[in-house]
Design a protein around this ligand. Sequence first.
Ligand code: PHE
Length: 370
Amino acid sequence: MKKAFTTLALFCVYLSLFATVKIGALLPLTGGVSAFGDLVKKGIELAQGERGTVLGEKIEVVYLDTRSEKTEAANGAARLIDKEGVIAIVGEVISGNSLAAGEIVEKKKVPMISPSSTNPLVTQGKKFVSRVCFIDPVQGIALAEFASKTLKVKKVTVFTDVEQDYSVGLSNYFMERFKKYGGQVLQVQYKSGDQEFSAQLSQALSYGSEAIVVTGYYNEIALVAQQAKSLGYKGYILTGDGADAPELIQIGGQAVEGLYFTAHYHPDAQITSVSKKFVDAYTKKFGSKPSTFAALGYDAYMLLVEAIDRAKSKDPERIAAAVRSIQNFQGATGIITIDSNGNPNKDIIIEVVKNKQFAFAAVISANSLK
Ligand code: PHE
């Protein structure tokens, strides 16, 4: 009897050596916004290197490529939960994909933390979806405030990517506030993947735009900037966080110099005790300064692991509740308190492209943006 018990105990110890906590990483690793996914992955890898165990078990991260598409994001979330047995997910990166994946995780009651999806609907009415970034109503107001009060422009053309929930939302929040400040707006449309913007640009030019505001992602932003400059446009180009990938400068070159955008993070803005350590560790591991996505990916992973630790359980429902109760979490991108809607209240950074680099221009405090 005693021998059987000892054998069983040894067997359990043996099993626990191999037990892991499985976390899914649902990312666009190929397709239109793969630059975003690759960078988030680096942030997660760094974080896992620093905090690789929780509840006394090793953390295993299962990566799943959404190919930058909504259907794949939804299918991928289901696969991670049903086939891989993950207890929580970091992802997706862009809002449209997080909306699609969010429907699934909500039904299956597994928590998901998006590093970077800013559309308010991503978490609205959901218990299991949270994020570590600010949301578009706040970002839209910050951009409108910067355009009106700092740059003092009165007439703008807004370029909206009608295929992206992110872009449609951000355009609306920007326009609403910009008009409130007395500004005039012409809105033109395009679609992700478009290469040719001359029709929209000639409208923007004949409207007499002092600024062109592109609310989409880096590929199209870079092309709009190039084509605008070649038509002789001399005004400002403003965008939201969708510009924030090194590819913007690689694709846009000289045409994106002077472009202003709202951002989540800049490595020179060392806001918390974690920020500096993060920049040093990242630079050592990857040989370059961290991007916004790497920092947000790092924070999403770290916050999730902290929640698992506090939940003292692998039960996804308890972990989801623990995520929502986190306060004053010291992240690389700032201090994060997740509210009851799954959103943090974070400051917004304004950056400008200068000498082929993203330069820090200003900070707009979240509390001033109501
Ligand atoms: N905020 C964008 C979205 O919701 C994604 C993004 C985040 C893009 C950060 C660039 C930088 O789709």
